[in-house]
Design a protein around this ligand. Structure first.
Ligand code: MLT
Ligand code: MN
Ligand code: ZN
Length: 304
């Protein structure tokens, strides 16, 4: 299978429109060894023509323009996007659905029941789309069973509930439910190769650890380096944990988890604009490089 990182940034992207933090400011002024990043999304395919989109970012229009394989090929209206899997209902993962409204067939959307509820109440985009292209909703099972997607050859998807956060607009932001956020293992049936994708991960529960051990490649939450990174940047008092994300550093941070899983490709994704690892010359980035951990950037492609 092949996957393409369409957007490697967290909500807001990098630089964020109103942000003057050191990373954003230095990027605008050409004073940092870093590249800009659009908001969080990947695409996966086995034939490089039929793609599953994971999350629909507000930057999807630019992401498609930068990726010929997914662009129209035949007929007056066409797309390589055959289905969309939503791992949560966050703004940075779902507003791109509005950009896809010109589709000439209903969008095939796979999400959990909790995500469907958010997207028909707090942010009723699935209802709004009924008056445009329409939506075929498919409920993602969270009971350990796998599912396949018609038109997507040779891939099987397994997902599980995670501890992270429903979005601020969600009626159950402070009342967590299974399925508010999910992690997905994407398995190529013919080869048995597995990619584990989880851009919003608040805690490594036993089933998450197992999925990570079983995968050949990990594409996991790289939002924050430190728990108090937002406060440190003078932006907000919210900790990474309060926002549903693990930090990379710290005793139980993502680094300590990944360091115990050395024999696979390990890539951080959904990088917030405050994160020092965006600076390729930073000490923090050096720590990752020495540990053999990669940092996703837009346009990165991996063949598994
Ligand atoms: C998150 O994952 O916490 C989001 O990026 C926040 C947001 O979209 O504002
Ligand atoms: Mn996000
Ligand atoms: Zn910033």
């Amino acid at each position: 299978m092949k996957f393409r990182v369409l957007g490697s940034g967290a909500g807001g992207g990098y630089p964020q429109w109103n942000c003057n933090c050191s990373n954003c400011n230095r990027l605008r002024n050409g004073q940092i060894n870093a590249v800009s990043r659009t908001q969080s999304s990947i695409a996966v395919s086995t034939d490089e023509r039929n793609w599953v989109l994971f999350n629909a970012s507000p930057d999807i229009r630019t992401q498609i323009e930068n990726f010929p394989a997914i662009q129209p090929k035949t007929g007056i209206r066409d797309t390589g996007i055959k289905a969309v899997i939503l791992i949560d209902s966050q703004i940075d993962h779902t507003t791109g659905l509005l950009i896809l409204r010109e589709s000439n067939s209903p969008l095939e959307i796979y999400c959990s029941e909790m995500v469907r509820q958010d997207l028909t109440t707090g942010f009723p985009v699935l209802k709004m789309l009924e008056d445009y292209c329409g939506v075929n909703h498919h409920r993602i099972p969270l009971d350990g069973s796998s599912f396949e997607i018609p038109g997507i050859n040779d891939l099987r998807f397994h997902s599980h509930s995670l501890k992270s956060k429903a979005p601020p607009y969600s009626p159950h932001r402070h009342d967590p439910h299974d399925g508010d956020n999910i992690g997905v293992t994407i398995e190529q049936i013919s080869t048995g190769k597995k990619l584990y994708y989880s851009p919003g991960l608040g805690e490594i529960e036993a089933h998450v650890q197992k999925a990570m051990e079983d995968a050949d490649c990990l594409l996991v939450d790289g939002t924050f380096w430190r728990q108090n990174e937002m406060e440190h940047a003078g932006i907000s008092k919210k900790t990474a944990r309060e926002m549903g994300h693990m930090s990379q550093s710290g005793e139980n941070g993502m680094l300590s988890v990944l360091n115990k899983l050395p024999n696979k490709r390990r890539v951080l994704i959904h990088i917030n604009n405050t994160n020092p690892i965006l600076d390729q010359d930073s000490e923090e980035r050096q720590i990752l490089t020495e540990a053999g951990i990669e940092v996703a950037q837009d346009g990165m492609e991996i063949d598994l």
